[in-house]
Design a protein. Sequence first.
Length: 133
Amino acid sequence: LNLRLAFFMKDEAIEELKNCSILLMEAWKQKDSPTLNKLIDDDALFISEIIGNYHFKKNDYVHAMINRFPLKNYKIEFLNFSSANTAQAVVQIKLYLPALGGIDVESVYLVTDIWIRKSNDWKLFVRQPVNLK
């Protein structure tokens, strides 16, 4: 029987991840591809039934964020932080988007992000949104 205890995240790591999540959303809103590229790991994977192919690599996802789904505004609610070690973390957020891609209809997503620590920086490694509304 192999049981792994969850690593209790320090408040400092939780604040870092909150800041990274908000910075990611602000970069999307501002169409700031250099910041998006800095925050997203080169091997990142984005899984979504919402956008065509169901899965994307980094460059395709950044292109879609900036060109296909411009973000006017958002509200983020942090739901859960968990980790098995100090080098990776799972962040669950509820994301309220009043308009996306030119469509002015509020959408609500449950988003699960996996962040990894590389060279002392957090990088988004996996993102999977699920439309709740």
